[in-house]
Design a protein around this ligand. Sequence first.
Ligand SMILES: *Cc1c(COP(=O)(O)O)cnc(C)c1O
Length: 814
Amino acid sequence: MKYTTQEIAFITNAGLIGNPKRVVKNIAFDSRSIYSSKNTAFIAINSSKNSGEKYIESAIEKGIEIIIAEKKSSDNPNITWIIVENSLQFLRQLAKYHFENSIIKSIGITGSNGKTILKEWLYQSLWSEFSTVKSPKSFNSQIGLPLSLLQINPKNELGIFEVGISKPTEMTQQEEIFHPNIGVLTYIGSAHSANFENEAQLIDEKIKLFKHSKVIIFNGDKELIVNKINKSYSSKKLISFGLNPTNNIFIKNNFNNRKEPIIVQVFNEEISFQAHNRDRATLSNALALIAVLKELGFSNAKIVEKINALQAVEMRLESVEGVRNNLIINDSYNLDLDSLKIAFQFIKEYNKPKKSLVLTDFVESDIDDNFYKEVIDLVNEQNFERVYLIGNEIIKFSNEIKTKNYTFTSTHDFIESKYFDEFENQLILLKGARKFEIERIKDILELRKHETRLEVNLNALLHNINIHKSLLKPETKIMAMVKANAYGLGSFEISEFLQHHHIDYLGVAVADEGAYLRKKGITTPIIVMNPEQHSYRTVIEYNLEPEIYSFRVLDLFCNELKRHGITEKYPIHIKLETGMHRLGFKETELEELSKIVYENNIKVQSIFSHLATADMPEEKGYVKFQLENFKRASNNLIDLLGYQPIRHILNSSGILNYTEDQYDMVRIGIGMMGIAYNENIQKSMQTTVSFKTVISQISDINIGETVGYARRFKAEKESRIATIPVGYADGIPRLIGNGVGKVSVHNQLVPIVGTVCMDMLMIDVTDISAKEGDDVIIFSEKPSLFEFSNYCNTIPYEVLSSISPRVKRVYIKD
Ligand SMILES: *Cc1c(COP(=O)(O)O)cnc(C)c1O
């Protein structure tokens, strides 16, 4: 988009204060991730939980000169204000105008799974045919969709946008601003958010996107969907795809037979292609892609060509600790202007003072004369300490880069250069087109070379929190439990991410865990659940809030407060014993407790307790008993104190199964990792943690030969045995050796054979075409963390928190 402030005010009927001629090309709504202030307006969006107005000052500090807000809040004469009645409404109005006044053909994608992948695949297939614009990342919400639409430029011929909803009535609003010519409905799972009554309601709502579409392309594997679409849209052109042969487009042969190509019936024609990934979700997306390309008039040969050229969709950036205290942000999957902007936004979130950029030629975008100029302008705005340019095209712009920069014609030349060893204490952003393979730079700079890694998908973690949140009242606070190194995932990385997303409280077990977070810059309130006797000093020095569970520790803590000369009201958290019989005050002790609290002038910030059986359906009665005890005892204590601290009792499974007892706050732990002790909700969780390694060696074993210590595996037929570099010192218990546990290779489960060693174990890959260097999944989706815990005869909590620190943690975010 490109409008003057005056035009914007005119279009949206908003007030204008200041310069009417300023040009707006971007709108930013998160002040923390502003990567460019040029032609950017900051919009202060108010939601029920947060007020965007709080961030206006920080946007101005970052150089923003145009503010869109519901009221003027600063006298800075340099700012142009667009004053609106409701900022979200404004955004929608502007986007609607912009969309309706562009002449692009548009594709709108909705559904519960596969939206983003299909959108990216369509983009990969179409950008070289049409000038194409798409939603960045998975921008599909009430804010994301308008921002995506505003990216349309006059030269664009085609727009591909995702549309998501989280509540009934939202689709009508989304459709008001965006009415796609071609509507696509990907898969709708039977899991639905608590905001919808049932699946039928969810479907009814989603298909409202197609109200004005000419063509609807939809997954017809579910009868309910077919019926509803036929009923509502009988006059439109309808194209169904799916795995059932009742669809217009379906797979004809047995797709599990990997020796054969996939044969797809497309109306009365056939097309066939090879496919490596043959899971149902991937194949459904491929069918959707075929349907859209066909509708756009592509020949069968061209469609096959496009399918063969598809690349894995990796919209994720991974961050890894590097040697010499470097932090490496690897985004070497694809390179276009959008993804460059996203990467710049992303690195704003890291507190590393020195940042460097490695950037290659762009090959995956449509490039015109001004393209590189725009890239260089953006790079110049980021204040990198050094910039390394790789490729024959981009190095031509070396002179236009303001900071120190170096040029190379290939990744190889860069790696061989002397500059490569200079990185120290830096954030290094690797941003390259695929063919340059700049991930090789990451491989060299990575700190721990151990191939075994624990991948933490932060998007999934946030998604899982949001699923829990959607069950709660909007005002209920959330404490994230990050004790025991955040269940083994890395307490700082998780806490930093959650702090960014405005979590209300963090919970750790011991004071040192809290002190570590403070030293690394975490400022969110932190509760220490189980402060040890001598740790109250640390608690106070690092501004942590202790759980107080007995008179003995209360006394210790009061003494420490006196020693520090602290007389103002220090916040503490009172643990009540309600049935767990672990720690806590008994009801008979509350009167005495309130006296001591009063005498020492401390502040009871919260009153809480912990449920022993919230995950056990058969123990509902006991939960009710504990909840009753808590209600009575906490009411009693509130009366004695004369004020009302916040109250909390629910852990993750409590949130799912006893939502009505949420009080003022809940404490989420294992739920963030995608484990839900509630079958229905489990379906909507995403996998947060993946434990992976690679095959070190494969040996052919003859009948009668044995494998490993104690010769516990003896080949009964000729076998191929793979060794993987992970053992009990990494957290894999010995008890899952000898066929008890399984891992997956090429998405197939294979048994662990022989005894688990300290640093290695062996698996049987006789039946699959695995080779050395191939990936092995210890747990992720298959087997899931839950299944893996079952092999180990324990629970996901123990599995996660037992993974050894030597296993490299890798964080993934988009
Ligand atoms: C660990 C812990 C939680 C979180 O439990 P989950 O089952 O992981 O949700 C909540 N409250 C307390 C007191 C805890 O120690």
